[in-house]
Write a protein that binds this ligand. Structure first.
Ligand SMILES: Nc1ncnc2c1ncn2[C@@H]1O[C@H](COP(=O)(O)OP(=O)(O)O)[C@@H](O)[C@H]1O
Ligand SMILES: [Mg+2]
Length: 84
């Protein structure tokens, strides 16, 4: 089955500092996906990019078949993806 969320080659960061370098992952429609790593390694930055709080520099973020990369947080919530 197609994943509900696909992160494809996302690069993102803050100003001139790049934190995420070409990150990809998939989450299925059912089940759970864990994202683990030491403090300061970009977990929150990835979630911010997915939820529209941070604009990725490049890459695609597909949610339910639509590319949501760079859309506003409001639009992404409206599409049904909620960052808690
Ligand atoms: N608002 C910000 N401005 C500049 N750098 C930031 C900001 N937020 C996080 N960072 C930096 O981005 C890197 C990843 O942080 P973060 O995504 O919060 O990591 P994690 O959630 O894995 O602990 C760290 O080096 C952190 O200092
Ligand atoms: Mg964090």
């Amino acid at each position: 089955m197609n994943p509900i969320l696909s992160v494809e080659g996302v690069t993102a960061g803050y100003g001139r500092v790049t934190v995420l370098h070409d990150i990809s992952l998939e989450a299925g429609r059912f089940g759970n996906v864990g994202l683990f790593g030491p403090n300061g390694h970009g977990k929150t930055t990835l979630l911010r990019a997915v939820s529209g709080l941070l604009q990725p520099k490049s890459g695609r973020i597909l949610f339910d078949g639509q590319d949501i990369a760079g859309r506003s947080a409001r639009a992404i919530v409206g599409a049904g993806l909620i960052h808690v």
